[in-house]
Design a protein around this ligand. Sequence first.
Ligand code: NAD
Length: 369
Amino acid sequence: MKTYKLLLLPGDGIGPEIIGEIEKLVRFYREAGIADFATEKALIGGASYDAYGAPLTGKTLKLARDADAVLLVAVGGPKWAGVPFDKRPEAGLLGLRKALGLFANLRPAICYPALADASSLKPELVQGLDMLIVRELIGGVYFGEPKEIVTLENGEKRAVDTQLYTTHEIERIARVAFELARKRAKRVTSAEKHNAMKTGVLWKEVVTRVGADYPDIELNHIFVDNCGMQIVRRPKQFDVIVTDNLFGDILSDVAAMTTGSLGILPSASLGETDPATGKANAMYEPVHGSAPDITGKGIANPIATLSSLSMAFRYSFDLPEESDRLEKAIAGALAKGLRTADIAKPGEATVNTSQMGDAIIAALKESLA
Ligand code: NAD
């Protein structure tokens, strides 16, 4: 049985409640003789700020670098609203992504059959939906310099963020999108705004050039505002969407709602493969945040985090069959009618975080029997 080094970062809010379900799952895999995990747990975000005065410490960063994969739940919350900008919980997360070189953010929007009627769209528009947004994660306007608020001579303030992309940054994210499309429906849609932004002009040019290396993949270009509209109009037209950091942030949240709830959506963030070791840094996270409004109640939906572990099986541990098995177990628990409050219809009976985790493990056991 192979042992994988997995770093658990619960973060803030509902993070510590949800990570308990991952720990249960890890025990299950060990006891079932499927895989073993050498797990470590560390602080990040507000919890790290409270303990060490910094949202990301060298110790957490070293553990993350040493791990085969990192599983993080979420950071942030109103408690840290007043801390200096560079010490905010989100700065810890952005810093970790940057330090690990996690340039490719994969955000699938898959509709579990049992939840088709939980979508804000008509069920027939989302039944069978399987779309993947590939977002550039460590460049663009969230990182470009200058990034500042300055006071002008007349006393007025001026805020500046800088949208910035190089050929290399666009090329490597485009290649990830084309490679993934090869294992899917072989279609890539590149979303940018070349009618208004220079970065959009370069983005389109580079993606087109990279696309020539993938003649088996159909490439389309779309203005990002139209892309947002098309995702809510007819989401099943998309296979892989590749886009920049800011646009990807927005499009993936829009796509999230087509599937019903933030509480079920996973993500993967991947770095470049080191040619010497063959290892790539990778972090897996649910799409949702720390949900301060339900923290401490034990009712958070653990599915997005469990599904993030399933992505780790696929992209970091080379266990695609275990990834499929876990996804099927999640779909099975939902098909049996189990619902946490976020995905329940009004008046429907609900289960708590731990009960949902147990039901998924029970479905896994059934699949092995
Ligand atoms: P959020 O995702 O935390 O919550 C939005 C809504 O969805 C809330 O009503 C919440 O209760 C619900 N929700 C989220 N996850 C859920 C789950 N697993 N089960 C059930 N319900 C769930 O977004 P927000 O309210 O905008 O942000 C709250 C905090 O989280 C902020 O500090 C924000 O900065 C942070 N945040 C962090 C990340 C991250 O760590 N990657 C992402 C988004 C937001």
